[in-house]
Design a protein around this ligand. Structure first.
Ligand code: GDP
Ligand code: IMO
Ligand code: MG
Length: 429
């Protein structure tokens, strides 16, 4: 069966850490969407690792890792990641598989991303500038290059044709980055990609399922960045909700079992766009400092605010979340009171539904307050040891979202997890 793990907010919920922990009980970890805009942080033996394209199961030797068709791959980033991981996991390449249907990010995609963003001025998306939007545009526009193409003798011809299209568009922009210098590293990386295990991934996965293997689909970004359901246009270009798993891996919905949704105990967003519970000024700065909220991919400071249960409930509904994980509980130490948005007051009308438009309306969150606590959550070894007020906060969140909490995460380490659901694996500290 396939379980899904995805972010319920605007990304960076701690997916990498949780996948790295849960991978112990799965045979295959499969990325189904996104690309090098993702930055998934893991701590392995005290070393910090940030993964962008490679699934977060690579540090478990029994785990196979698949980059699915729904992912867009920058060969240069992928190659850099491989080179960084091989000294730590010498058998990495024997456990890494790439769908032949995954699309490629080419140097001119990055140039188009940068040019489009700079032309938008104040309305820019705040893209990671990794070429994600243009690569998905070429996919849906039926112009894209796929991993399988690199094995064809026509690859260079197809590449030149796509580049020519891009150059026509780039000619209309004022600010164009120097993409020519990216071409040589791109072709070097393509050469290296040819020796990877490029597979017909939908058959490969079907075979794994027939063998009774357990698969975890690893999401990137978060539900509020979904191309259809996020805070459009301030979103990414893929389906980040559970629906993206079927199209991003080539598996049927009937194979999906659990949907594990992750939220921080508060909320962050990096890049532009609406963020109703954002704290600007000292409180926001304090959260950023306590949570070390700086982007894993771009290093940008993340915007910080209170947990938004209205947006979370929407995300839980969209993906049918069966298990909830709350991360970064330790970061809330010292904040008093702690707030949770339980409704939106939109120009005088109170609602618990996420509105169609969050950009051009005035949203005042309606907050419920919880008292703070004294004993540090990071030191707790079991759920029972948590401060009573934090436990009531968890109960409230679970009831509001009408779902069950599987774990509370209280630190960056793989095993800094407090088990709440008895059937889940037990962390060993
Ligand atoms: P992802 O994109 O969802 O994988 O998340 P990121 O790796 O971009 O950002 C999450 C950050 O929070 C990383 O620096 C993690 O090491 C860190 N982190 C994850 N869980 C916890 C936690 O429970 N407590 C603390 N303090 N940090 C955490
Ligand atoms: P992980 O997987 C947080 C944001 C960008 C920008 C918008 C569009 O680490 O959670 P894009 O590069 O896709 O064109 O950017 O989406 N964004 C993320 N924010 N975490 C991510 O990934 C993100 N990937 C993209 O900041 O606002
Ligand atoms: Mg991240």
């Amino acid at each position: 069966m396939i379980d899904v793990l995805l972010g319920l907010q605007w990304g960076d919920e701690g997916k990498g850490k949780i996948v790295d922990f849960l991978a112990a009980k799965y045979d295959v970890i499969a990325r189904f969407q996104g690309g090098p805009n993702a930055g998934h942080t893991l701590y392995v033996n005290g070393n910090k690792i940030v993964l962008h394209t490679i699934p977060s199961g690579v540090f478990h030797q029994h785990c196979l890792n698949l980059i699915g068709n729904g992912v867009v791959i920058d060969p240069v980033t992928l190659n850099k990641e491989i080179e960084a991981i091989v000294p730590l996991q010498s058998d990495l390449l024997s456990r890494l598989f790439v769908s032949q249907r995954a699309h490629l990010i080419v140097p001119t995609h990055r140039a188009l991303d940068a040019a489009s963003e700079s032309s938008k001025g104040h309305e820019k998306i705040g893209s990671t500038l990794k070429g994600i939007g243009p690569a998905y545009m070429d996919k849906t526009g039926r112009n894209g290059l796929r991993v399988g193409d690199i094995l064809s003798k026509n690859f260079h011809r197809k590449y030149e044709a796509l580049k020519a299209k891009h150059l026509e568009i780039l000619a209309r922009y004022e600010h164009v980055i120097n993409w020519e210098e990216l071409e040589a590293p791109f072709f070097d990386a393509i050469e290296k990609m040819r020796s990877l295990q490029i597979v017909n991934a939908e058959y490969w996965l079907e075979d794994q399922l027939k063998k009774g293997k357990n698969i975890l689909a690893e999401g990137a970004q978060g539900s509020m960045l979904d191309i259809d359901f996020g805070t459009y246009p301030y979103v990414t270009s893929s389906n980040t909700v559970a629906g993206g798993v079927c199209s991003g891996l080539g598996v049927s919905p009937s194979k999906v079992r659990d949907v594990i949704g992750i939220t921080k105990a508060y909320c962050t967003r990096v890049g532009s766009g609406p963020f109703p519970t954002e704290l600007v000024g000292e409180e926001g700065d304090a959260l950023r400092k306590a949570g070390a909220e700086f982007g894993a991919t771009t290093g940008r400071p993340r915007r910080c605010g209170w947990i938004d249960l209205v947006a979370l409930k929407y995300a839980v509904m969209l993906s049918g979340v069966t298990k909830l994980i709350i991360t970064k509980a330790d970061v809330m130490d010292g904040f008093n009171p702690i707030k949770a948005a339980v409704a939106y007051n939109i120009e005088g009308k109170v609602t618990k539904e996420l509105p169609y438009d969050l950009c051009d309306v005035d949203i005042a969150p309606v907050y419920k307050e919880f008292p703070g606590w004294d004993n540090p959550i990071g030191l707790c070894k079991t759920f029972d040891e948590l401060p009573e007020v934090f436990k009531s906060y968890c109960t409230y969140v679970a009831q509001y979202l009408n779902t069950n909490i599987a774990y509370i995460s209280n630190g960056t380490g793989r095993d800094q997890l407090l088990k709440v659901m008895s059937e889940m694996p037990t962390p060993t500290r």
